[in-house]
Ligand binder design. Structure first.
Ligand SMILES: [Zn+2]
Length: 446
């Protein structure tokens, strides 16, 4: 008889096949019990004894690595743990291949193979950012978003390139740090989704028909949702008003806490969900029927459409950007690039600025500007030298909420960091303000 305890833990996967088989082999004296010393087993077995991969292996393997335990696991799971270069991992293809003294030389070869494989596997990313024609304002907003981990929404007509811009954000974000890459790998290991480039920030773009559990996680057995799969990366939500408003409201909790907590009758889990939201929407409900600047929708239609996006969600977004269809001059490459340093066209100087700005934030305060607590803002405002008359006028004209006002200062701080300024001055404040008003009229009437 085999007793699996504790009984309240749902043993829903077949990951216990291998440990059970090993226990039987030892009990029937076909295998020495010495194999159990500092050793764990995990894996599914076919009826013929072949191993099969299991889900969620990364967290188990990481735990074994940290506690210096040896782990026997299905060979097919080895790619899932490629970030764990230094562990004692014994890949198995078949139950019969178990031996108490695995060939250590073989192990070293495995480890070094995986170690170098990790570097080799980083495929060169196709770069979207340099391919975007015009859209200097939107590109600049992406740079700020990447530098301070800010959420962003783009409003513009179909065909303005909103999807391409959203993808371009991952060109600007630096590779994940080792610790963050492990967090992301653990989330993906708990899902059935494979990720090849483990050091790049993930990019997720759920369709607007996505259900609540698919977005924030859930299911009979806990599965990470899109917000967790986008952890340390980008969550792109196109056609925002087409999402179910109740589903959109589920975003608020992970956006505030960086965690998606799922509570069901039989379990309660929290998946890390520190993602950057990039939302996009058309200014009016007619989509392609209304050309830019020639909207024929009634005011009520437009208001009903825009009203589908919950206000509290919009308020939690740091940067608002209007995007337009590129004009003929831009398409022909004749549009002049605005003669200001922040409108660089090539990727490298922008990446360098972003890298430096992120470093400054972490060095100064240990977190990104988007995560600055409200009680740390008064010092930033006082040091800025922006006149209180200007601040009052901005608050009144944009009808800013307290949250919106704070967002402006977090974004100002990032703009100053991009320019290597000690404090955000009036220029940074005014630029941040320009990303706080959604100019619906301009988007509709051109
Ligand atoms: Zn319209």
């Amino acid at each position: 008889m085999i007793n699996i305890s504790p009984g309240y833990t749902a043993a829903h996967s077949n990951a216990l096949d291998l440990p059970i088989a090993v226990a039987i082999l030892i009990a029937s004296q076909q295998l020495s019990a010495s194999i159990l010393e500092n050793t764990e087993f995990i894996g599914e077995l076919s009826l013929f004894g072949d191993t099969r991969p299991v889900q969620g292996i990364f967290s188990c393997a990481r735990a074994c690595q940290l506690s210096d335990q040896r782990l026997y696991l299905p060979a097919q799971n080895m790619p899932d743990i490629q970030l764990l270069v230094s562990g004692h991992f014994v890949p198995l293809n078949h139950l019969a291949a178990i031996s108490a003294e695995p060939d250590t030389a073989d192990l070293h070869r495995q480890a070094s193979m995986l170690g170098s494989g990790r570097v080799d596997q980083r495929s060169p990313m196709p770069e979207t950012f340099p391919a975007i024609i015009g859209q200097h304002q939107a590109k600049r907003a992406l740079e700020i978003a990447a530098a301070g981990n800010h959420h962003l929404i783009m409003v513009g007509p179909p065909g303005a390139g909103k999807t391409m811009l959203a993808r371009a954000l991952t060109d600007l974000l630096p590779d994940l740090e080792a610790e963050h890459a492990m967090e992301v790998a653990a989330v993906y290991s708990a899902s059935a989704i494979k990720r090849s480039d483990t050091m790049r920030p993930p990019f997720r773009d759920p369709h607007h028909s996505v259900t609540g559990p698919a977005l924030v996680g859930g299911g009979t057995y806990p599965q990470p949702g899109e917000v967790a799969l986008a952890h340390r990366g980008v969550l792109f939500m196109d056609e925002l008003p087409h999402f179910n408003p109740a589903t959109l409201n589920l975003l608020r909790e992970p956006m505030e806490s960086g965690e998606a907590v799922i509570a069901r009758a039989n379990y309660r889990v929290a998946f890390p969900s520190r993602f950057q939201l990039v939302a996009a929407m058309n200014p009016c409900p007619a989509g392609r029927v209304c050309r830019e600047g020639k909207c024929r929708c009634s005011l009520q239609q437009v208001q009903r459409y825009q009203g589908r996006v919950p206000g509290p969600l919009i308020d939690r977004i740091d940067l608002y950007v209007s995007v337009h269809q590129p004009g003929e001059a831009a398409l022909l490459g004749l549009e002049p690039v605005p003669d200001r340093p922040q409108f660089a066209t090539s990727l490298d100087p922008i990446r360098q600025r972003i890298h430096a700005a992120r470093g400054r934030q972490l060095h100064r305060q240990g977190l990104f500007n988007s995560e600055l607590r409200a009680d740390s803002l008064p010092d930033i405002i006082a040091a800025s030298g922006v006149s209180s008359a200007l601040i009052k006028e901005a608050v009144a004209r944009l009808e800013l909420s307290v949250r919106g006002y704070h967002k402006i200062w977090r974004v100002s701080r990032t703009i100053a960091d991009l320019a290597d300024q000690e404090h955000p001055g009036e220029a940074a404040f005014l630029e941040a303000l320009s990303y706080r008003s959604l100019d619906w009229e301009a988007a509709l009437q051109g």
